[in-house]
Ligand binder design. Sequence first.
Ligand SMILES: Nc1nc2c(ncn2[C@@H]2O[C@H](COP(=O)(O)OP(=O)(O)OP(=O)(O)O)[C@@H](O)[C@H]2O)c(=O)[nH]1
Length: 437
Amino acid sequence: MIENGASDGGPAVKDTLLSAVEADLVRPWYRLRFSPAVEARFEADTSARRSHLLVIAGLLALVTYNLYIFNDYVIRPESLLTAAWLRFGLMTPLGLAALYAVYRGLSPILREATMAATIVIAMLLSSVNFYLSDSPYSFLDTFSFGLILLVGNIVFSLRFGFALASSLLCAVIMTSFVIPYGHTDNAVKINTLVVFASSAVFTLLANYRLEASERQAYLLLLRERLGNEATLQDNQTLARISTTDPLTGVANRRHFDEVLAQRWNEAIAERTMLGMLVLDIDCFKNYNDRYGHLEGDVCLRQVAQKIQHHVRHELDLVVRYGGEEFVVLMPDASASSAFQAAERIRQGIEALAIPNAGVPHSAVVTISIGVAVARPTSAMPPSTLLSLADEALYQAKREGRNRCVLAQLQESGSSTQTHRDTPHATGLASSSDEAKR
Ligand SMILES: Nc1nc2c(ncn2[C@@H]2O[C@H](COP(=O)(O)OP(=O)(O)OP(=O)(O)O)[C@@H](O)[C@H]2O)c(=O)[nH]1
């Protein structure tokens, strides 16, 4: 019943819609229409399917209407040509044109009005058909005119307002042909009008109930769908909160632990390398003491953004590991590419030129980075990589800060060997070359 055609809008729009749906669920029993927002959503969700069903029902009704030519042949053979003209020359093209318009897509009001018009036209042509015949049986047809109402009110299930209007028009048309008809007694005429009026009342009642149930079912489904979407959104928000560092927006340590284990296993399975950078802002205590904790937070955010800017967005994971320490996890990274990325980050942060007065090695905020790269094996725990990168970081600190140090874990039989490089900003080319070797 609910199609996916309608745009769902943002969370605020959904909340408003959900409140409107709740209010509509307790609207007075006699009110079919929803509040404007829900009505618009109802139409958007159901109109394509409704038009489709109306076209199918309309074609069936048209075929049935034309089959009544056999009835004409039996009860009014002398005016068969007139009947054929009314059915095939007028009703069929008009009906097909109306159905084509509905198929192409009309506004809800035009769609209902078009379908209601086909009912009124069918009643008019049927009335003309019986009226023009002199056959003593021709009037018999009027007893089946209630079927026309049945098609409009039940088979088409016209929206109630249109069902009511078309039924009233049909009643007026029929009465205006029945009353002046000359070949039948008044008692029979009254009888046929009473049968027709009863058909109108019962089919309208059924029509009202059908529309009311359709609308109620739609409201319940829409409420459930909006509720599910809200829950899904809450879950996604919670998942994001639980994996993200609130200050910087990068991944938090909890998320890092999960991803590290995953990437480690993938690297074992695919026999690829895994790189890790551990980054620590130099003399950040001094920065905080001098510029205040709030400025310190701003600095942390800038540094996190810069790190993210210099890594592969799809592949690498940037993490705030704690305090002023970050980690970057780099799947499928060689020693040289990991070191180059580290160097790009280091230079990028220096280029931010965030003043950090009063520190011995630099007038601006700088960062030291320990780089480690390994080909993981099942015999090696993931923490090995972190320890190596951490050791390299401390070496960078010891050697004067604002530098990258590479600690490369190499496979050589069963033993592992640590290779460290200690390039300074001025000796990058040689260090990168060494890393590549
Ligand atoms: N503004 C701010 N400061 C933080 C946050 N977390 C940790 N810090 C500060 O980061 C500073 C870390 O200082 P230290 O561990 O002494 O290291 P450092 O001064 O950076 O010195 P080195 O690492 O040796 O270069 C401390 O002053 C912490 O208060 C935070 O979320 N916001």
